[in-house]
Every structure is written in structure tokens, then in C-alpha cells.
Design a protein around this ligand. Sequence first.
Ligand code: FAD
Length: 550
Amino acid sequence: MRSGGGVLGYNAVVGSSEDAVVDVADKKKVVVLGTGWAATNFMKNLNNPKYDVQVVSPRNYFAFTPLLPSVTCGTVEARSIVEPVRNIFPKKNVEVQFSEAECIKIDAENKKVYCRSISKNNLNGQEEFAVDYDILIISVGANVNTFNTPGVVENCHFLKEVEDAEKIRRTVIDCFERASLPDISEEERKRILHFAIVGGGPTGVEFAAALHDFVNGDLVKLYPGVKDLVKITLLEAGNHILSMFDKRITNFAEEKFGREGIDVKTGSMVVKVTDKEICTKELKNGGQITSIPYGMAVWSTGIGTRPFIKDFMSQIGQGNRRALLTDEWLRVEGFNDVYALGDCATINQRKVMEDIAAIFKKADKNNSGTLTVKEFQEVMGDICERYPQVELYLKNKQMSNISDLLKEDNVDVKKQLNIEELKTALSKVDSQMKFLPATAQVASQQGTYLAKCFNRMEDCEENPEGPLRFRGEGRHRFKPFRYKHLGQFAPLGGEKTAAQLPGDWVSIGHSSQWLWYSVYASKQVTWRTRALVVTDWTRRFVFGRDSSRI
Ligand code: FAD
């Protein structure tokens, strides 16, 4: 194993320090793991010549994951949503190196990460090397979570990476070609053309909608002989699909899918997958086991932890957690020089209740231990502004006792409420909403936040800006990270999208679809991918989707 990845032959300096006047000895070595949403936004915004950065990732590109479902059906091409990191990272004043390798072990005690090159036969036969760091940024995203369901890894497709989306695209067309071969029984044709999607979250729903559009807009014209045999089933263990969205969106999606013939089976928990059948436990029918023949299955039920992160978590006493626990400054608990962001991390929210208690105390001017409903509504306005996840939780989980008090129309605003009882009710929210959503929005805001902190490190060491209560400990020079929720989309097919925006604003239909097009075009990381994506959308409008299996 070699040390110091920076000297390796296949590393390339992707940024240079032409203008930097910082002495090399003064520079801190920052190692960034990953090239996803969190890492890319960190790199794009980092501008401090005091850092010497080495990025390690098995992917030498950034992928715009929200458009992966569009890639599965050829609405956009895979290469339109990726950008080489060597195009994104170059900086005038920060030295950046990139190593195409995966981290396999973190040794925080000796400040080293161990990595393995992804191309075999590199490094004169050695595939592994070690990289030293002063500061480590872990932004490696997450794995697919199969909940250890037997047969899933062997038989299901996932929709996590660009390669997955391309594989799904080929398999869909393959199913149509196989079902069109002669000498196949009607029953077998039906099985081959049964597309099962497991998981009724945003990704599963969007894929079901995209597949329905692809089949009905393009494939049925090309395969008229089998068009009546196609079936799409969406299996969801919970009572509803899109349960993290507003009720109006959930209802609309379920009704729309019902009208279009997408079979939404709620209360169906997949317990086993074989090469031709999915076994489900019907939770609404006393746990009855049903076997469903299928031709292609896509598994989309949430995220799990990468094995080397699990290993690191066990080393540092976080073995029983789902993701790396950080403080509100994104530092892994117990470490000053290891940060974790994006899907692989979660912020420890224990300070939330302290802050909420302080806000209540301030509002209770007479020290009476009570607040009127009107005062409570104002207090909650402050709390939700500070902790958008509280607002999200209250809306989505419908905590009726608190949520009802916030509905201005149907409560007596002068009614007195006991502060202790309110705090107890809210502590339930706090204990259940520990995690920020695992979204690109959170990951990119964290990456940008951290880069801005690093850019102003020297300034803030002299003039700290963090909350007064922490400054004495000399730890917190910055304001803590605060997530700003900008809303979420759920594309439902047929040029209709559901949008849930801040301020309880829900819109469903063609206008939201155009909003979706403009937001996703504007969020592209470079003008090149923006142009490619818009061109693909236009091509699809004019010529339809390409159904060649290449
Ligand atoms: P990622 O973006 O997953 O990046 C992880 C990086 O780490 C990758 O570069 C990977 O190659 C690298 N890596 C992996 N293993 C290692 C290793 N061992 N060593 C070094 N590097 C490693 N979010 C939204 O907000 N809106 C959406 O519409 C949306 N749609 C989505 C649709 C799909 C199909 C999917 C899969 C996700 C979607 N998401 C969406 C979620 C969003 O993509 C994730 O939350 C986001 O990618 C998390 O960013 P990240 O930087 O933590 O991880």
C-alpha cells in the first residue's frame, strides 16, 4: 500500500495555484470523499487558497440524480445529465487533485484514508493506497436499502446510479422484444410485460409515471401485438404512496394512477423475490402471502449505509445508527477535523429542544407558564423558520394536537395553553424527526455551507459568528447549518407534476410541469448539461423516445 495519493501517476491536478501566495507549509490538506451533490457543491464554492484539496471518488463525474427516472425511458440521455468533475472543479486559487478510487477504510486516529483504485492493474500491480489528511470531508452518499429481503440483489434493478438507469432502459425494451418472439404462451408474454416497482416514494412513483408514458406514448405503437398485455404495478408497504407529500398530492397521484391502469397496491410488503415472482405479505389481509409473476422489477425503497461507513461508525461508537451523526456544524460527533454531509450523515438535533425551550421562555413575558393560542402561533412561526423540519413534520405527519392549534380559522386564539404541555407535545416531534430528508437539496446546501465556512475560516477565528452560548468553548466560529426547504416536486406523468412549495402552496398539473422543467434546467451544474437536457426534452417532444436496445 502506498501513501500520499497526490504523487500517484493516475492523479491529475485539475486546478492550479497560479495566483496563490500561500506558503505550501501553511496549507491544510483537505480530503473530500465523493463527487455527488454535497461534494460538488463544496468544491464549486470553495475559494480559499489555504487549502490543498484531494478528491477521491469512484466516479469521475457528477450526476444530476433527479433526472435519472427520465434516463430510464430515454426522455433524456445518460450523458446529458453527467459532467466530468475535471470540468467543474478547476479553481484559480485552490489546488485540487482528483483520484478515481473508492475509499475502503477511514483511520481517524492516524488521519488517513485507505483507498482502492477502481481500474485494475494500476499502481504497478498495487490497487490500494493511503492518503493523509488534515481535514476529512465524508460525502459518499448512501447504498440502496434492501432490508435484507431475500432475492432482491440478485433479481431486482435499482435506480441509484446512471448505469442503473441505462440498464433499466435496455431491460424494458428487452421485455417488449422477448414478448414479441413467436412460440411464447400468452401467460408467459403477460409475465414478461409485467413491470413491478417496489416502493411508493418519490423515485418509485416518478419511475412508474415515466414508464407508463414511455409504454403508452411510444412502445405500444411499435409493438401493437402485445400492447394489451402490458401491466405496471406499484407495491407499497404503507397505506399510501408519496406519504411524505401533502394529502392532496397523495390522493391526486393515487387517483391518477388508478385511472391510467397503474395498479397501486398499498399495504403490500415484499418478503421475497425470485427470478420470476415477487412474494408479498398483504398487510391488509391478515398477512396473506401472494405471489406475483413479473418480467422486470425495480427496487426503490430508501437508502442504507455504505459498508466502510458502517465500519467507521462502529470504530467511533456510532455502530447502532443509520448514518454518521454530526453536530450542527456538520462535524462528526467527537472529531474537530472530520465532517460528514449529504445522505451519509445526519445532524444530531438534541439542541433543538433547548432552543425551543428558550423561545418559549422569551415569549412567556409574565412568567405565567402559559401562552395564548395566538402567542403560541407566533412562537411556532419562529420555531418553524429556524427548524423547517419541524414544519415539515407537523404538516406531513399531521400531529393533530399541535397542527390544529396552528390553523388560524377554527381555534379560539385567546385560549390559554400550558407551556410545559406544549413542550412535551413538541418533544415527540423532535424525537421522531431527527433526520433531515435525504435529498439533493439538503446535500447541496450542506456542501455550500461548509465551503463558505472554510472560505472565511481565518476571519471567523478572529470574529466568531456562532451563537454566544458556544463561543466560550472555542469550537464554534460559525453560525450552525440551517436547512432551507425550497419545496419538492413529484412528476406524475402525462406532462403533469405535483409541486409542494413553502407556505403550504400545492399545485398539480401542467403549469407545475413547466415549473419543473425550468427549475431542473436552471439547477444543472454547467451550461453544457443545461443545453443537452433542454435539447433532449425538445427532441422527445418532436420525435418521441428512442426504443433501440443498444
Ligand atoms: P451522492 O450524490 O449519492 O454522491 C455520493 C458520491 O460518493 C458519489 O460520487 C459516489 O461515487 C461517491 N462514493 C461512493 N462510495 C464511495 C467511496 N467508497 N469512496 C469515495 N467516494 C464514494 N433529491 C432531490 O432533492 N430531488 C429529487 O428530485 C431527487 N430525485 C432523485 C431521484 C433518484 C432516482 C435518486 C436515486 C435520488 C434522488 N434524489 C433527489 C436524492 C439525491 O440524489 C440524494 O439525496 C443526493 O444525491 C445525496 O447527495 P450526496 O452528495 O450525499 O450523495
